[in-house]
Design a protein around this ligand. Structure first.
Ligand code: ADP
Ligand code: GN1
Ligand code: MG
Length: 367
């Protein structure tokens, strides 16, 4: 991913219809995927306007125009169904009336209105914040219940197709490009021992128990803006990975990340557990947000969503380790292996707490 210079940045901005004259563009946020800038403009009356400019990562997203098309159709739809305009991101248009500008080097740029008086959290600090994040992602599901999910592009094919991820994993073990397989036998066995589990969500979909919906696919807390005064959820951001998918994987990825008692790469596995209290809070927030839109069969699969996202993520880290660390950014040689062990510990802890997890979600079923 190229690091844009100031000329490329101003050239991009100049293609968008914004209020007033640009006074500054400063690098912004802690995102891992896009290059993000805060833009300040001042209009004729001296009023300041704020925007977020982003250059789309074309390494992760091979067809950025499809990413923008998904975002445009979802945000347009959301505008018509949200309770407050602050709940939806607003894309700026270029002078050619497009939601993106493609520069001469082929990089895609877009601008959103800045969500003012808001914060987002890299890690939630308390249960209230976690509840608010859950509520935001639950409402996202509610608002998009009637959106035709199959009209969206699959911008990263088979993103949460766990059986496919398992196939790729087995291939990586067999090829053993880096000669690392012998040293991670235990981890390989952990993945193989759960082979029967990987198709559970896709099978439930085929059986009609888990409908295809719009999924966000990056449900971390730093993708929810909270009101800086009230700390109530305002809106969901980072819409790049919106695709057809399952509600339970959005729920699950948030649990994987936010209900863990440790960072994703904590090496001391005794510190890595799933906090059942946090699981309970997120379940409540998510289902409050969904507001009755999920049938019981789908609610009952929330624990499967959590375990699936965690084992899948661990499997992806291990696959990347076996293949030579080419996908995830690593900061030291065994980084992916530590992350994988961390995720597997979390899976094991979920398995120990399985009955409790099922009991918690069951309490939200109508029957
Ligand atoms: P990435 O995919 O790199 O995580 P994001 O779209 O999440 O990119 O943006 C990175 C950060 O920029 C966010 O975590 C948030 O702090 C900030 N941000 C993004 N969009 C907005 C917005 N519309 N208003 C205010 N801040 C924003
Ligand atoms: C990647 O870049 P980041 O941290 O938002 C990955 C997710 C993984 C996550 C694990 C597009 O997300 O699927 O769960 O790392 N995103 C992509 O940390 O592959
Ligand atoms: Mg983000």
């Amino acid at each position: 991913m190229r690091k844009a210079n100031s000329e490329q940045i101003s050239n991009a901005i100049n293609n968008f219809k914004l209020c007033g004259e640009v006074r500054g563009a400063i690098p912004y946020g802690n995102g891992h995927i896009n290059d993000t800038f805060k833009i300040i403009t001042v209009d004729e009356d001296g009023n300041e306007h704020l925007y977020i400019l982003q250059s789309v990562n074309n390494n992760v997203f091979k067809k950025p125009e499809q990413v923008l098309a998904n975002i445009e159709s979802v945000t347009e739809y959301l505008k018509g169904v949200v309770e407050s305009p602050r709940e939806v991101l607003v894309l700026a248009k270029t002078f050619s009336d497009l939601t993106y500008y493609k520069d001469k080097d082929g990089y895609f740029w877009r601008i959103y209105d800045f969500v003012t008086d808001s914060i987002c959290l890299d890690r939630v600090e308390n249960t209230d914040d976690f509840y608010e994040c859950a509520l935001a992602f639950g409402k996202f599901q509610k608002y998009l219940t009637d959106f035709p999910a199959d009209t969206l592009y699959e911008t990263i094919p088979d993103f949460h197709n766990t059986p496919k991820r398992y196939e790729n994993f087995l291939k990586a073990v067999q090829e053993d490009k880096m000669g690392r397989a012998a040293s991670v036998k235990e981890e390989i066995e952990f993945v193989k021992a759960r082979a029967d589990f990987y198709s559970v969500l896709l099978d439930s979909n085929k059986e009609g128990k888990l409908p295809l919906r719009v999924s966000h696919n990056d449900t971390k807390s730093n993708n929810v803006m909270l009101d800086s005064t009230t700390r109530k959820a305002l809106c969901v951001i980072d819409l790049d990975t919106i695709m057809p998918g399952f509600s339970v994987t959005d729920f699950g990825d948030a649990i994987r990340f936010g209900a863990s008692t440790a960072e994703e790469d904590e090496k001391d596995l005794s510190k890595v557990n799933m906090d059942i209290k946090m699981f309970e809070i997120y379940t409540k927030g998510f289902l409050d947000g969904c507001d009755g839109q999920l049938p019981d069969s789908e609610i009952m699969l929330l624990p499967e969503g959590a375990k699936m996202m965690t084992i899948e993520c661990g499997m992806r880290f291990l696959t990347d380790y076996l293949e030579g660390d080419t996908y995830f950014k690593t900061h030291y040689p065994e980084h992916n292996l530590d992350r994988c062990r961390n995720q597997f510990k979390l899976v094991a802890d979920m398995e120990n707490k399985w009955d409790e997890m099922k009991k918690i979600v069951k309490a939200y079923c109508k029957e």
